[in-house]
Design a protein around this ligand. Structure first.
Ligand code: NAP
Ligand code: MG
Length: 452
């Protein structure tokens, strides 16, 4: 039975649009079309595939304002973020547009002949996208997948399908052939799960909760299906007393409250060296109170609402711990929550251990370097994190000591399309982005040619 979903503007609670959901039969049809398209897409000359991806990138840039507006309305993202996200899609496409012409194999010295390797595409790739960053997370999957010669079926999150649907149309406008890039709005339990069970989907790229990621991993085992997982995080912002404390404190709200904290890289644990705690908290309070949670259409907005009532309730359940201070948020309709700073009693507090995925951060102190590393690593997650210190040796030692996939020193930026991104431990499996992403969308084929 086909169903549909009313997309809600989280800043106003108004219905934006009704989106039809694909049922199982329609999902199977789309997968069959993607499989058919694979057999031509993979044979298109590398230079032509590169040209089509550059054309897709240009078309996205031409529509950046429209895409950003859709994301503001659908997801409550701030105008600044939404424009960055549309540009990130264009940039990721442009970066991987250089790949088809550089998909090198190797020539390996062997006796009796010549040995060469090829990087062959896998086939249809199923990409399952969460609601927190609908555009970038989609592009980090589909851009390298298409560049390597695969075709794509992409399921946006039920809450946030609008930009993905538009990107599907823009791909066709750019000249990407029918069936190569397919956007399939629908339920995770129907469309997403079919990517796991359908034998013609050769790989699943999943970003979302650790709980669903584990189910998908179990499901993929049945067909030895390739899998990339980008899951949750509980990342630390580690601030040493020798750091530029004012700078670290001024940057700390953005490191956790950006996108209303709905970010798998959110630094939702702040670890401050004991001797710098009072100074840090003074500066941090000023910065949190300056962080503007307001109508996301405003150019001045630092943060918008949460995505849904369900997410609001889940985040609110963390607010029973001691509060140091709060920022402000609009009242009235919309899922608004003020940025909030907690002082958990100890490291077993829920706010210290669980991914909150909202504008809530916990602060604790540490004694020395070893203590900081132990506290940061006391988690089943390991996705990102920051280290603030002026001591370069310490920065290197702590970077090597913290078990996490993407660290930044004297900065809170974790994601760049030029560099690998992914998690240690239960934060995920595999890496996206960077120069090696093509390896996770290809199989190595070895061919020996005899001299005889
Ligand atoms: P989720 O359930 O893991 O959803 C992520 C995506 O997976 C959505 O597209 C979802 O579809 C789909 N999905 C759900 N169940 C599936 C299944 N059985 N098979 C295949 N696909 C399936 O995440 P959520 O419920 O939206 O959020 C819950 C929590 O997860 C958040 O509070 C946060 O802690 C975490 N999260 C992390 C990230 C991240 O970037 N790592 C992103 C989002 C959420 P539907 O939209 O139809 O459910
Ligand atoms: Mg869910």
């Amino acid at each position: 039975m086909p169903t549909s979903y009313d997309v809600i503007n989280p800043a106003t609670e108004e219905i934006v649009k009704n989106v039809a959901h694909l049922d199982l039969a329609a999902t199977d049809d789309a997968i069959a079309r993607a499989d058919k398209a694979f057999h031509t897409w993979r044979t298109i000359a590398p230079g032509e595939r590169a040209r089509l991806l550059r054309s897709f990138s240009h078309i996205v840039t031409e529509h950046r304002e429209e895409l950003a507006q859709l994301e503001i309305t659908n997801s409550g993202h701030t105008r600044g973020n939404a424009l960055w996200e549309a540009d990130n899609v264009a940039n990721t496409l442009m970066y991987y547009a250089a790949a088809p012409e550089r998909l090198f194999g190797r020539q390996i010295p062997v006796p009796g002949g010549v040995d060469i390797t090829f990087k062959e595409p896998l086939g249809v790739i199923g990409i399952i996208v969460p609601w927190n960053f609908p555009m970038p997370i989609a592009a980090w999957g589909f851009a390298p997948a298409l560049a390597a010669g695969n075709t794509v079926v992409l399921k946006p999150a039920e809450y946030t399908p609008l930009t993905a649907i538009r990107l599907g149309e823009l791909a066709l406008l750019a000249g990407i052939p029918e069936g190569v890039f397919n956007v399939l709005p629908g339920k995770g339990s129907v469309v997403g799960n079919r990517f796991v069970t359908h034998p013609l989907v050769r790989k699943v790229v999943f970003t979302g909760s650790t709980a669903v990621g584990k189910q998908i991993m179990v499901g993929c085992a049945d067909q030895v299906k390739r899998l990339t997982l980008e899951l949750g995080g509980k990342s630390s912002n580690i601030i040493f007393a020798d750091a530029d404390i004012a700078k670290a404190a001024a940057a700390a709200p953005g490191a956790v409250f950006d996108n209303a904290g709905q970010d798998c890289c959110a630094r939702s644990r702040i670890l401050v060296q004991k001797s710098a705690f009072d100074t840090f908290m003074e500066h941090f309070e000023v910065a949190v109170k300056k962080f503007r949670c307001e109508d996301p259409n405003l150019a001045t907005a630092d943060m918008g609402p949460l995505i849904s009532k369900k997410q609001f309730d889940a985040v609110e359940s963390f607010l029973d711990e001691p509060i140091a201070f709060k920022g402000s948020a609009p009242t009235g309709p919309g899922y608004w929550m003020a940025p909030t700073v907690l002082l958990p009693k100890n490291t077993s507090a829920r706010s210290w251990r669980e991914e909150i995925f909202g504008p809530v951060v916990s602060v604790m102190t540490f004694d020395d370097e070893a203590d900081a590393i132990l506290m940061a690593n006391d988690s089943e997650y390991g996705l990102s994190g920051s280290i603030w210190t002026r001591d370069i040796g310490r920065a290197l030692r702590v970077s090597r000591g913290v078990d996490t996939g993407a660290l930044s020193v004297n900065s809170n930026s974790s994601v760049r399309f030029w560099t690998p991104f992914g998690g240690f431990k239960q934060s995920g499996l595999g890496r996206e982005l960077g120069p090696d992403a093509l390896d996770s969308f290809t199989e190595v084929k070895n061919v020996f040619i005899s001299n005889d």
